[in-house]
Design a protein around this ligand. Structure first.
Ligand code: CA
Length: 230
C-alpha cells in the first residue's frame, strides 16, 4: 500500500523539492507550511510518517512533536533541524521524535531514513509485539490485555470495554454514533439504552485519558456520539 507522508515545512523551495521527490518515490504526500495547522493535521488525518521542520510559523517543530506525543499520537516523526540546534533535545525522550536530519541534507539520505522509519513502524509489528497505544493504555486486542503506558501496570478492562475501544479504533478519527456502538457492541439481544453507552465511555475515559474531564482521545461529538482521535 502507498505510504502517506505529511511534510510540515514553510520554505517554498523545500516544500517543492520534498514533494516532488517523495511523490516520485511513490509516496502520497501532503504539505503544510504552518506549525499549528500541521499539528491539527497530524491529529485529524492518518499518516504513516511526518517530516517536520523545526523553524515554522505559529508553532515550532519541537512543540508540534511534543504536543502530538502528549496527545497520544505515535506517527513516526523525522525532524529537520538547522545546524547547531539542540540535538540532545531533539533526540531526548521528552520530545519523542524518531529521527532527525540536519540541514542542509541530501535527499537521498532523507529518503533512506524515511524508508527505515516506515519499516520500523508497520502496523502489524505495532499490533503483535509492542502493543497498540491508545491514550494512556497499551492494548493487546488478541490477548485482551491492557497496561498503563505511564507505569506499565496491568489495567483491568472488561470484554465490552475492549470491544468498544477496538470499534472506536477501527473507526478512528471518524464520528461513531451511540447507535453504531449499541448495534455493534451490544447487538440486538441485549437492550441497553444510549445512556449505557455514555456510562461505558465515561468509565473508559478514566483509563484512557490523562484527564478524564478534558478528554482528548475519546471526544464527544455533541448530539451524535463519539470520535477517537489517534
Ligand atoms: Ca522553516
Amino acid at each position: 500500500m502507498m505510504s502517506k507522508i505529511l511534510i510540515i515545512e514553510d520554505e517554498p523551495a523545500m516544500q517543492l523539492g520534498l514533494r516532488d521527490n517523495l511523490e516520485f518515490e511513490g509516496y502520497q504526500v501532503n504539505v503544510i507550511g504552518d506549525g499549528k495547522e500541521g499539528l491539527d493535521e497530524i491529529m485529524t488525518d492518518e499518516y504513516d510518517l511526518v517530516v517536520l521542520d523545526v523553524m515554522l510559523p505559529n508553532m515550532s517543530g519541537f512543540d508540534v512533536c511534543k504536543s502530538a506525543r502528549s496527545l497520544g499520537n505515535n506517527t513516526p516523526i523525522i525532524l529537520l533541524t538547522a545546524r547547531g540546534e539542540e540535538i540532545d533535545k531533539v533526540l531526548g525522550l521528552e520530545l519523542g521524535a524518531d529521527d532527525y536530519m540536519t540541514k542542509p541534507f541530501s535527499l537521498r539520505e532523507l529518503l533512506a531514513r524515511i524508508k527505515a522509519n516506515l519499516r520500523r513502524y508497520t502496523p502489524d509489528e505495532l499490533k503483535s509485539s509492542s502493543g497498540l497505544q491508545i491514550g494512556n493504555l497499551i492494548l493487546d486486542f488478541d490477548a485482551y490485555k491492557a497496561q498503563s503506558s505511564v507505569d506499565e501496570q496491568e489495567i483491568k478492562l472488561s470484554h465490552k470495554e475492549f470491544e468498544i475501544l477496538k470499534y472506536l479504533f477501527e473507526n478512528k478519527n471518524k464520528v461513531v454514533s451511540r447507535f453504531d456502538l449499541l448495534e455493534n457492541i451490544w447487538g440486538y439481544e441485549e437492550q441497553p439504552t444510549t445512556r449505557t453507552v455514555d456510562n461505558f465511555i465515561a468509565r473508559l475515559r478514566h483509563k484512557v485519558e490523562s484527564d478524564h474531564n478534558h478528554p482528548r482521545v475519546i471526544i464527544t461529538v455533541h448530539g451524535t456520539g463519539y470520535k477517537m482521535i489517534i
